[in-house]
Design a protein around this ligand. Structure first.
Ligand code: FES
Ligand code: FES
Length: 991
């Protein structure tokens, strides 16, 4: 049918199908700022304004809006940086989002801004509650909403335009160049490091270490390097491309949990007009591999095939289809005839270990790793003994033993997994994909596709969140096989339901803790025995569960430690990597257990923790015995700000003042009880002696630099902090660093975004490359500033200082970096000033944190409402307080879901019960507690700027802190999360 409508003041006449959604029509018309995140109106990524009113384009038919005015993000701000045309102002909301750090991955940003615009157009001075209500239909999985709400309040408060506009867009200096404001509480001898807060942003509290050097770009709340394109909805994501001849892929998923394919006949599907290819296991090579995006060799079994004659969970792959439209592909799926020979299925990991349990992996191609035993359904097992734990228990005065249970949960990146593949003009396969690990994608898929790595190019555009879920190579082969089969470009994207029933998740575990303690409060022996469910495939089985003990138990330096774990196969969707990577599971068990021991022995829980926690100078308790299946190397913990974190966090939440008052009681509401809880946690920073990052830097004619990294910014801001480090070394503002990540053809190798490694590992590589470029600049500048140096050089090139875009001789004379570039590129002794460097770390310095929670428990219903979360973190030096605090706020929010509401469950046939964001609760803007972040800086000497990791640690402490607060409020120990009203009510009722 034909319709007319107006999009952003442009009149459009369009032919649309009767059942075509407004989302599909807008995107195929080039409005890529309208995003896809679900199919049922639950995420808000597709939000547009229809005659000024918010509407979800995915559940609005294009035909319904004929004759109406549609506003998308592309329609609300001016063009930026268009040469002689100059820039037009951004919309004040866009400007405020950029300034306040409200954008992480940016996938939800158009929806949030348009929802806010609709509100402010009707109500220019809303309250914060009204703002949060207006945003409640747009889910953001990255930010925790604090900064988006602040951005909107800033505009509502009359600060439209923020710091003003310029012909070259947003002037960083004007935004952030406010006078330095000292951090409110400095460690003894500490100095504020330049501006630490600005008028237009809300900064986290920064407690700056005395050893942190003064820097100009590092440590500053710089605007994200990708913020401008994201806030304008530019076509930056994987799916934001147009491609002639594009086919649409769909997968036939297994309806049963465990079966052999007795017969599969795709002839009817292949005959359907519009179908380009149907592939079954009979059509492609049988190559065993692992989907785990890890360095070579992958520390886990090879137990997966692109397509197999056996299915191992409801949602496993059966066949691939490529067709001219998604609808034809769907119809083709229904025409594939499959006869399943059902096998007994295992859904309980305890059953998987029974001697008579059915074998889930009986394929002869299975390649074990380390202690795999597919005969016993064991994807991995871990046996670590430090000291002699049995002797330790005998020496202890008291022994405490409890079991804890943690659920399977989903990453829920708002951008689903999506990939587009095509042959380029050189017959090389291009894979444009939403991945955390582009280089691992290329290496892992090479044998699977029968292509050498040199014939594969992987391009990683902007990513709409990953959280570990995209550290998995599980969509790229589908599109790639179909491109190989058809010769045509193929697009494949998970639906939201597919994200739930076939993608990866966090390993659910049962964890038994047994701890021996002396009467003077020393932990003598600490034992953890974990049963971890990896689902149908063993991707990340060993390494995730290894971290469960390695990083959470290591916080307490007992002389006798045991960590045993069995990681078993079941007929459920595979678990995999998820932010925190096994540590949130262990941290819940360890910290809830520690709290209970302290309370039962009559110790102050904080003092008990700190008395037993590792200290600077201690050897990492696990470093001699565990290194993810590789040779362990002893490691000393050089920096630990845990005590200060506890002090700062306690002060911020009012730990001692509140306890002095009757804070449990809510006046007039005897059924409500308030409680305070805390937890202490540690994580790791990268994987030592294994994971490598690299960077390449070259100078341009105008003295700017291209910085190319293989590191993968998922919205975390890693591109920005890497560029900040380069800018610091090269003496230029951030704006002079042209950042690009990542493309296996053009950027140097990087292991990818996982293990909290980018700022530390890739950052060190960037600094090395920048220092080499700086040395080359100094050589050229020396020739320019000391031309007659053949006699007695007046100074050495090393004495030249780089700052303010210039190279300064010791006597104050200077040449600009633009002149240095022109001299080197065009005028004399020509050469390209450039360098490539890589870095692999011999250590993994742990970040530490104290997490505090204030909760309200309804003792009649069991409902737990978290009122406030405070996290004080030692992540070393903070390179960008805005992006780093965004990481903490977003991480705490995800962790809060883990604590109180998120859980994936299955029926008795293994069918996923959560298939939509209606069934799986993700926190919305109007449901959030107050969030507060404090950075307690230490200077980690193993990194050139003293950094440690920040991205994963906020996942670790919220669940135990909330559980401990529930005990404080209501006197019941919660040993299983999420703390749903039913679980808490049962605990209160003693059931
Ligand atoms: S609400 Fe439309 S894509 Fe999710
Ligand atoms: S910034 Fe909101 S989903 Fe990523």
């Amino acid at each position: 049918m034909h319709i007319n409508l107006t999009v952003n003041a442009e009149a459009l006449a369009l032919d649309v199908r009767e059942n075509e959604t407004l989302l599909a029509v807008l995107r195929r018309s080039g409005y890529f700022g309208v995003k896809h995140g679900c199919e049922d109106g639950t995420c808000g990524a597709c939000l547009v304004l229809v005659d000024g009113t918010p509407a979800n384009a995915c559940v609005t038919l294009a035909a319904q809006v004929a004759g109406r005015h549609i506003t998308t993000i592309e329609g609300i701000g001016g063009e930026q940086r268009r040469g002689w045309k100059g820039s037009e102002p951004l919309h004040p909301l866009q400007q405020a989002f950029v300034e306040t750090g409200a954008i992480q991955c940016g996938y939800c940003t158009p929806g949030l801004i348009l929802a806010a615009k609709a509100l402010l157009d009707k109500n220019p001075s809303p309250s914060e509650d009204e703002v949060r209500d207006a945003l409640s239909g747009v889910l953001c999985r990255c930010t925790g909403y604090k900064k988006p709400v602040q951005a909107i309040m800033q505009v509502a408060g009359g600060k439209e335009g923020g710091a003003g506009h310029s012909s070259e867009g947003i002037p960083c200096e004007a935004v952030f160049g406010t006078p330095p404001v000292p951090a409110p509480d400095l460690l003894p001898g500490a100095q504020p490091r330049g501006p630490s807060t600005a008028t237009s942003v809300v900064m986290p509290t920064l407690v700056i270490a005395p050893t942190v050097p003064n820097t100009k770009v590092v440590g500053k709340p710089e605007i994200k390097v990708d913020a401008l394109k994201l806030v304008q909805g530019k076509p930056a994501f994987t799916d934001d491309i147009e491609m002639r001849g594009l086919l649409h892929a769909k997968v036939l998923w297994s309806p049963v949990a465990h079966a052999r394919l007795k017969r599969i006949d795709a002839s009817r599907a292949r005959a359907l007009p519009g179908v380009a290819a149907v592939l079954t296991y009979q059509d492609i090579p049988r190559v065993v591999y692992s989907t785990a995006g890890q360095s070579d060799p992958i520390p886990g079994p090879l137990d997966m095939f692109s397509l197999d004659y056996k299915v191992r969970y409801a949602g496993d792959r059966v066949a691939f289809v490529a067709a001219e439209t998604p609808e034809i592909a769907e119809r083709a799926l229904a025409l594939i005839d499959v006869e399943y020979q059902e096998l007994p299925a295992i859904f309980d990991p305890r059953e998987a270990m029974q001697a008579d349990a059915v074998r889930i992996h009986d394929e002869p191609e299975y390649v074990p790793f380390d202690h795999c035993d597919p005969q016993k359904n064991l994807a991995a097992s871990i046996r670590i003994d430090i000291g002699n734990v049995e002797e330790g228990f005998q020496q202890a005065d008291r022994i405490f033993e409890y079991e804890y249970r943690v659920p399977k949960v989903q990453q829920v990146s708002i951008e689903p997994h999506v990939v587009v593949t095509w042959w380029d003009e050189d017959d090389r396969l291009v894979i444009r994909t939403s991945t955390q690990v582009p280089f691992h994608v290329r290496r892992i898929l090479s044998p699977v596709l029968g292509l050498s790595a040199k014939r594969i190019r992987v391009v990683k555009p902007r990513i709409g969140g990953g959280f570990g879920g995209k550290q998995e190579v599980m969509i790229e082969d589908v599109a790639a096989h179909l491109t190989i089969a058809t010769g045509r470009p193929v697009r494949f994207e998970y639906t939201r339901a597919e994200e739930f029933f076939t993608a990866r998740s966090r390993h659910p575990m049962r964890i038994r803790m047994k701890t021996g303690v002396s009467n003077d409060g020393r932990i003598i022996a600490n034992e953890m025995v974990a049963l971890s469910d990896t689902g149908a495939y063993g991707c990340h089985a060993l390494t995730v569960t290894g971290n469960t003990g390695h990083k959470s138990m290591a916080l307490y330096n007992a002389p006798h430690i045991r960590f045993y774990a069995d990681i078993v196969y079941t007929n459920t969707p595979p678990a995999g990597a998820f932010r925190g990577y096994g540590v949130p599971q262990g941290a819940f068990a360890v910290d809830a257990h520690i709290e209970r021991i302290a309370r039962e022995m009559g110790f102050d829980p904080i003092e008990f923790r700190l008395k037993n926690a590792v200290k600077p100078g201690d050897e990492h308790p696990f470093s001699r015995v565990w290194s993810e299946g590789r040779e362990p190397v002893p490691e000393i913990i050089k920096t630990c700000g845990l005590e200060e974190c506890v002090r700062q966090g306690a002060e911020a939440i009012g730990w001692y003042e509140q306890r002095a008052a009757p804070y449990h009681v809510v006046a007039g509401k005897p059924h409500l009880r308030r409680g305070l809880g805390m937890a202490t946690v540690m994580q790791g920073t990268a994987i030592p002696y294994l994971d490598m990052g690299a960077a390449s830097i070259k100078i341009n004619d105008d003295g700017s630099f291209n910085l190319l990294v293989g590191a993968t910014d998922l919205g975390t801001g890693s591109d920005t902090v890497l560029a900040q480090m380069a800018a610091e070394v090269l003496g230029v503002p951030l704006d002079d660093i042209i950042m690009y990540s990542s493309d296996t053809d053009f950027t140097p190798f990087d292991k990818g975004a996982y293990a909290s490694s980018t700022t530390y590992i890739s950052g060190a590589a960037v600094v090395k490359a920048a220092e080499q470029v700086a040395a080359q600049i100094r050589e050229v500048a020396f020739r320019m500033l000391a031309p007659n140096s053949s006699a007695e050089p007046p100074f050495h090139p090393n004495e030249i200082a780089l700052r303010d875009r210039r190279a300064f001789a010791p006597d104050g004379r200077a040449v600009s970096l633009a002149d240095v570039a022109l001299e080197s590129l065009h005028r004399s002794q020509q050469k390209q000033i450039m360098a490539v460097a890589s870095y692999v770390s011999p250590e993994s310095p742990p970040p530490f944190a104290a997490q505090f929670a204030q909760v309200l428990v309804d003792t009649q219903t069991g409902e737990v409402r978290v009122e406030k979360l405070v996290m004080a973190v030692d992540s070393g030096v903070i390179v960008n307080p805005l992006t780093a605090s965004g990481q903490i706020e977003g991480g705490m929010t995800q962790a809060l879901g883990y604590a109180v509401c998120e859980e994936m469950t299955y029926d008795e046939r293994g069918q996923a019960l959560q298939r939509s964001l209606n069934d799986y609760k993700v926190f919305a803007a109007n449901e959030m507690p107050q969030l507060e972040t404090i950075f307690v800086e230490t200077y980690e000497p193993s990194h050139p700027f003293g950094v440690k990791a920040v991205a994963e640690i906020p996942m670790d402490g919220v669940a135990p802190a909330v559980a401990n607060a529930v005990y404080d409020a209501a006197g019941v120990w919660i040993q299983e999360i999420p703390m749903t009203p039913e679980r808490v009510w049962r605990a209160l009722a003693g059931k």
